[in-house]
Design a protein. Structure first.
Length: 114
């Protein structure tokens, strides 16, 4: 079984920075893709950023230039550096990892104050 545990959520002032982290644990050989998704209240879950096993990254257009995803393959972790978050980016942020199937973390709440 694989578990993903997120940390780093909380309240951040618009224009400041927040860093989310996610650690994968369990029995597996290799993690393929890892990513961050978010689900604002009353809306669908959406991709924020994704990084494949080779380090290739993909970002939602709305976060390009402000958010940075990174992963540490040795530690099975993925992080999301959020710079200058906006109030409408408040959401539950979920970590995702693709191994033989897709796994999700429990989510961490991010609140952005103006």
């Amino acid at each position: 079984q694989v578990q993903l545990v997120e940390s780093g959520g909380g309240t951040v002032q618009s224009g400041r920075s927040l860093r989310l982290s996610c650690a994968a644990s369990g029995t597996f050989f290799r993690i393929n893709g890892m990513g961050w998704y978010r689900q604002p209240p009353g809306k669908q879950r959406e991709l924020v950023a994704f990084v494949n096993s080779g380090g290739l990254t993909t970002y939602a257009d709305s976060v390009k230039g402000r958010f940075t995803i990174s992963r540490d393959n040795a530690k099975n972790t993925v992080s999301l550096q959020m710079n200058s978050p906006k109030p409408d980016e408040a959401a539950v942020y979920y970590c995702q990892a693709t191994i033989q199937t897709v796994y999700w973390g429990q989510g961490t709440q991010v609140t952005v104050s103006s």
